[in-house]
Design a protein around this ligand. Sequence first.
Ligand code: KOT
Length: 809
Amino acid sequence: MTAKNNRIFQSKEDFLTQYRDACETFAGKGFEELNDQERYYVLASLVASKAKNVRAAARPEGKEVYYFSLEFLIGPLLDNYLLNFGVRDIVEEGCNDLGTPLDRLLSQEVDPGLGNGGLGRLAACFMDSMAALGINGNGNGMRYRYGLFKQVIKEGRQVEKMDNWLEHGFPWETRKNESAVIVQFGGNVVRHEENGRYWFTQEGGDLVKAVPYDVPIVGYGGKTVNNLRLWSAEPAEENFDLDAFNAGDYAKAMKFRSDVEAISQILYPNDSGEHGRILRLKQEYLFVSAGLQTILRTYEKKFGPKWEDLGKHVAIHTNDTHPAMCGPELMRILVDDKGVDFDLAFKIAQETISYTNHTVMPEALEKWPINTFRALLPRTYMFIEEIDRRYRESFPHDRDNWQDLLAQTAILWDGQVRMANLSVIFSHSVNGVSALHTGILEAETLHGFYELTPEKFNNKTNGISHRRFLGNANPSYARLISNTIGDGWLSDANELKKLEPYADDASFLEEFEKAKLENKRRLAKYIADTTGVELDTSMVFDVQVKRFHAYKRQLLNVFKILDLYNRIISDSSFQPRPTAFVFSGKAAQSYTFAKEVIRLINSVAEVVNSDARVNDKIRVAFVPNFAVSSAQLIYPAAEISEQISWAGSEASGTSNMKLMMNGAITLGTYDGANVEICKLVGEDNIKIFGLRTEEVENLRASGKYWAWDAYNADRPRLGRIVDELTDGTLAHLSGNFESIRDELMVNNDHDLVLKDFYSYVSAWEELTASYADRKAWNRSAVLNTARSGYFSSDRTIREYANDIWHIGD
Ligand code: KOT
């Protein structure tokens, strides 16, 4: 696997010389005197400095894209950058010569938890693809002092620990003092008037210094190095409470400091859930305002004050509604600081800004009380209010349903600022993240807007970095692929298509199976080391790894396992295909139900794994602390990919793509991007079950679903599983599961676990029965990889570049 361009080391010898020198420069000691952590640190620092040199020598050109996201789940970078610079083999050999295998150094790297899940990881994959494609792409986000909590499991329960990811320093970042900007919170707006002209200033309040830390993003081939800018909040000197300090009231002086620093202290741990804390609003404004100030400063240096052309040279993309303040804040800066006319400023904002929606869950649609918003951001709020006023005034009152449409689409409503509406109104493009999801946005979630401005809407099905999730994560399979079809697939994922003929090649299939086995062994060892659970690698590895959320229905998977458990015990003729069920994922601290499902899985694991009557047929493992690094061990080992959210709930999903690319077969509902996976691989190479979106909608609308009917209809089987939640069967580890039973039987099974149960279990049985024919199974698996090229984020980014950012127009 070699990228042909811009190699940072010419040969193994060259690498060794430079690495040894770097030990002296970065650590002040020779290689031999350093421990593994220091050796990793020096190597990463060396590669980072190379990356910065590449950027300094050849800054990317063309339209600047700024991707605004509160989350960038970048994961470990070193292995990926070695691949992208085309020096992974050289470095691996060099490290072997030094007697320190590269893998040992790579395992020292921290996994920056600067995101929750899908949305944050998508942002990171987009950064990778923009750099690979030579797009002048910049990331704009937050440098959280503490990333997403670390998850440990105690008595089956998730326990959260601080993620002190900066403890040993972060070799990839550079603090840029000279690029710091001031961001203002609170205070009052004062109106000034002189010679008939008037203007406003925001006075008083708190001044916060936003300090950027830059992380280089190395594109494949090593030619383009882009920048990810992460902001940290510090008190502005002008605003430090000097009076208190001089009066000896250090507590007061320090309180101001810590209140300000709190803004960049923690990442909110909710994925598709409620936020609603004022600190979150401060985070949103800080990175928006700081990012925009930087953009305009850079632009003005290059083009002068030709603000009307901003949208020609700059694209600002907002990742969900978290950066929704981009619109009004851009207007504020243009109008107040640059003297641009109000109408022109709005036009510029719309031309420049675009928006992606990532969820249709009503509870995740962001809203802020007007009073909170206005008190914190009084001047920015005025722009929202004025745009909202004009929107109402110019609304097409001649339409029959105008009142309904206005009620759906106005920004301000019911005392709240509706951030999705704010995003749509200030953007020229609105996209969903899978075909199905975009359809739901158009027909339901954002229907009013779709009626009024259908031309704004478009779909951009998500993608993933195939270099990281196949190239780096699955070295044995990646090697087999490159040896078979060449390594062109690394730069063009569509080349994976060339594998199709090999799906009928017996020796290729054997090699595939060997690679899969090696990955299963690697994962089994990791699981044994971290949890003590032993998995037999001759079992099918059936994997569900993602955030814990009711709609994702990990509970349905547990019901299936309990069903297998009961049937194996009560029916000696029942011989399911031996299967190891692997779960991993975090639940938000405050999400009680999701945390109970984690405890349930661990309780079921304890019962199943220690019961000799069943444990040669089923095993269950919960891998703690799901993160990019552990994900990279899990995907390559998977044979079944569980994608079982109820239809219409998962916007897209991306683990479905990562797993199919690694040759796992999807067992899924017709939801999110599963629909597109199905189309690409064909119905013979995927297993679809359950209600379709429309059926879910109709069932809900009918009001006729009654969970007790499902329970009573099959007391011995489905009813029994429900009973086992509370009858002591699973209580040994840490008690029964009353609240889960209540969710099903009192809350009438909102997520349709009982409804889809039979269809799911039958689909699983059919799928696993087909595992007996290994050749046919492997053929399907290889076809999944061969047809996964579409899901490279390179494809997604090309579409954004052409249709939304208009790069090269
Ligand atoms: C979080 C908070 C508010 C709004 C949306 C979210 C969100 C959505 N976080 N993650 N998502 C996921 O984003 C992925 C990337 O588009 C999707 O694949 C996935 O279906 C979303 O759940």
